[in-house]
Design a protein around this ligand. Structure first.
Ligand SMILES: Cc1cc2nc3c(=O)[nH]c(=O)nc-3n(C[C@H](O)[C@H](O)[C@H](O)COP(=O)(O)O)c2cc1C
Length: 396
């Protein structure tokens, strides 16, 4: 099968390296179509790419408007790779600005995107660029990190376009992605819950839902149909998931029970509050007459209820512990009738809650155990799905 690669080239010094990449891809048999920004043409001629690809090089929305190129090009490609990506184009991707052919195509793209930034170190390290890269990455774009090395400004620093093998590997990873959840329904709970004390105060925890959101994103990429039940968070869920927003544990319980019917895999990654105030005031409690004691009651146990009700679904829990973490998790695995449990030791600084890294151990059966290591939640989501599906296959 020919790989159809749409290559976006932006106006940076490294644009000449895109010609070398094109040559490599074409020689190995890929079909490469190039879109250049207007500024890219200041650096390399369209003729170079036309000769290398033996195809028309697109540089403007108005080149051949009858074919509506910004839509047709992304429909006829398997991947959109942007090499090199300027700070400017990355900022446009982050904000959804569509003022030329490449940015329109990116906005219309439902195909995977690979973006390889290259720029001066100060531009790369500017908070605006950092934030824009983080944002597009959180939406599922693969970022090929630039290297540290000699820059065009005769300075040494980070910002040099990644070397060709890294670019090729990132493009190839798109084609190697497994579609092993095709036709399956996946239910994921994620995020914290809030238990109201009064209309403005609540009990909650530090979960942001990022791990569950990444698991949902990965399930979608593997072809699954995803119901994501999401507690209050500012982290954006992936496009394509059916998202139900909930606030309290009771709401999460009801949404989870309703969508569990017919699910093939259910992953409970939400940090559900274990207790709630036994009554919440309809009016804001005044400082003067506030209670000195807060009486609590248990919230419904979502995971245990799923465990009791399951009929064929593969059920996975999450445990965040600060001590004896594997021992407690094994007990949870048994008592709640789970197929597997992912454990994070939230004592360690910088992992667990929040949008950073995580460090996960997977436990299953009597003695099944695998360390998935410390990595970004994106990477761990991939390893988690690989492991879960392997456990499921070994049971079948
Ligand atoms: C000599 C020169 C080199 C440049 N190199 C880069 C670069 O490596 N990365 C970058 O983000 N911008 C670079 N710029 C700035 C971009 O060309 C500028 O932001 C332009 O508007 C980008 O257009 P585009 O993003 O539509 O391709 C460079 C500018 C000049 C004049």
């Amino acid at each position: 099968m020919t790989r159809r690669i749409l290559l976006g080239v932006c106006g940076g010094i490294a644009a000449y390296k895109a010609a070398d990449l094109t040559s490599f891809l074409v020689q190995r048999g890929d079909e490469v179509t190039v879109i250049m920004t207007a500024e890219a043409e200041q650096f390399v001629g369209a003729l170079t790419f036309a000769a290398l690809t033996r195809r028309h090089v697109y540089a403007s929305l108005w080149d051949a408007p009858e074919s509506i190129p910004h839509i047709s090009l992304v429909r006829e490609a398997d991947v959109l790779a942007v090499v090199p990506a300027t700070a400017n184009v990355i900022a446009k991707f982050a904000q959804g600005i569509a003022d030329d052919l490449l940015t329109n195509a990116a906005l219309a793209a439902r195909i995977p995107m690979v973006v390889a930034p290259a720029m001066n170190e100060a531009m790369y390290e500017h908070p605006a660029t950092r934030e824009n890269i983080r944002l597009i990455e959180s939406r599922g774009v693969t970022i090929v990190e630039p290297e540290i090395g000699f820059l065009a400004e005769r300075e040494f620093g980070v910002g040099r376009l990644a070397a060709q093998p890294a670019l090729v590997a990132a493009i190839d990873a798109v084609f190697e992605r497994k579609r092993d959840l095709e036709g399956e329904r996946v239910l994921i709970t994620a995020g914290p819950t809030r238990e109201a004390i009064d209309p403005v105060r609540f009990l909650s925890n530090a979960s942001t839902g990022t791990m569950g959101i990444e698991l949902a994103r990965e399930a979608l990429l593997r072809g699954g149909e995803v119901d994501l039940i999401l507690g209050p968070t500012t982290v954006a869920p992936p496009r394509g998931a059916r998202v139900v927003r909930v606030t309290s544990a009771q709401e999460m319980y009801e949404a989870a029970m309703a969508r569990f019917v017919g699910a093939d895999v259910a992953i409970a990654s939400a940090a559900v509050a274990d207790w709630r105030p036994n009554k919440s005031s309809l009016q804001k409690v005044k400082k003067g007459d506030g209670p000195s004691l807060l009486a609590l009651e248990r919230t419904p146990d979502i995971l245990a209820s799923l465990g009791e009700r399951r009929s064929g679904a593969f059920l996975v829990g999450f445990a965040a512990e600060t001590e004896k973490f594997e021992e407690y998790a094994r007990e949870k695995l048994r008592s709640k009738h789970l197929d597997a449990i992912a454990v994070n030791d939230v004592r360690n600084a910088g992992i667990g809650f929040g949008t950073g890294d995580n460090d996960v151990v997977m436990l299953w059966g009597e003695a099944g155990r695998r360390e998935l290591g410390r990595a970004s939640k994106r990477t761990l989501a991939r390893r988690l799905w690989d492991t879960l599906l392997e456990i499921r296959r070994s049971r079948a």
